[in-house]
Design a protein. Structure first.
Length: 207
């Protein structure tokens, strides 16, 4: 059995990850590829509970270290119970955010030590890395405007603009460091143009 491929979609607030995840899923299905669609933090019952705790704006402040460990705890469950079994069965996995988000939000946004994140990445993932990552990039104000259309902000969305600028810079740095894996699309274009870009990237990957 040929192992499936692991594709992740990344980017800051409101850049269109959820919208385009469905688009990529349909495109792959049209090519007779069986796809498991999932997200981080989340993807298993326990990881979804950790997601709720991470996003809730509760009275007890979550320390940076607790946040980082909760994210990797959720990821460990997700890899063991969803991602690895699917890939081993030959299914493709399409995931809304993965470890590039940790480098961007915890590394860039929170300014946490990159080598600690790398150490956790190695411990939790072993050799598992996405085969392809699409980074949707847009100026922070555009993503925030789109996200504002929603009723409430979660704990991350309540951060100041500087945090999201740092997240964006860290994502762009990840793309520079891993040009073969991470493909960038400008997400401030009309949706139809973003999706043309996605087709180019995915069809090149299929070839
Ligand atoms: N987090 C972390 O800190 N560390 C980690 O390791 C991981 C995550 C994995 C949850 O993520 C939070 O977890 C996240 C980082 C943290 N923090 N936040 N915030 P999430 O994925 O659930 O959160 P999100 O980024 O807030 O997702 P989102 O706001 O739902 O954004 P989106 O999925 O990228 O956008 P969308 O819902 O597809 O689109 C937003 C709106 O824009 C919608 O009305 C669309 O119709 C519209 N849209 C989309 N594309 C376009 C274009 N091209 N033109 C015009 N309008 C568009």
């Amino acid at each position: 059995m040929t192992r499936g491929k692991f594709i992740t979609l990344e980017g800051g607030e409101g850049v269109g990850k959820t919208t385009n995840l469905t688009f990529i899923q349909k495109y792959l299905q049209q090519h007779n590829i069986s796809v498991v669609v999932t997200r981080e933090p989340g993807g298993t019952p326990l990881a979804e509970k950790l997601r709720q705790l991470l996003l809730a704006d509760d009275s007890e402040t979550i320390s940076e270290h607790a946040e980082l460990l909760m994210i990797f705890a959720a990821r460990a469950q997700h890899i063991k119970h969803v991602i690895e079994p699917a890939l081993a069965k030959g299914q493709w996995v399409l995931c809304d955010r993965f470890t590039d988000a940790t480098f961007a939000y915890q590394g860039g946004g929170r300014n946490m030590c990159i080598s600690t994140i790398e150490w956790l990445e190695k411990m939790v993932q072993g050799h598992l890395k996405p085969d392809l990552t699409v980074l949707l990039d847009a100026p922070v104000e555009i993503g925030m405007q789109r996200a504002k259309a929603r009723a409430t902000f979660d704990r991350f969305e309540s951060e100041k603009i500087i945090f999201f600028e740092q997240v964006r810079r860290a994502y762009l740095l990840q793309a520079d460091l891993h040009p073969n894996r991470i493909k960038l699309i400008k997400a401030n274009q009309p949706l139809v143009d973003v999706q043309c870009g996605l087709i180019e990237i995915i069809s090149a990957f299929l070839r």
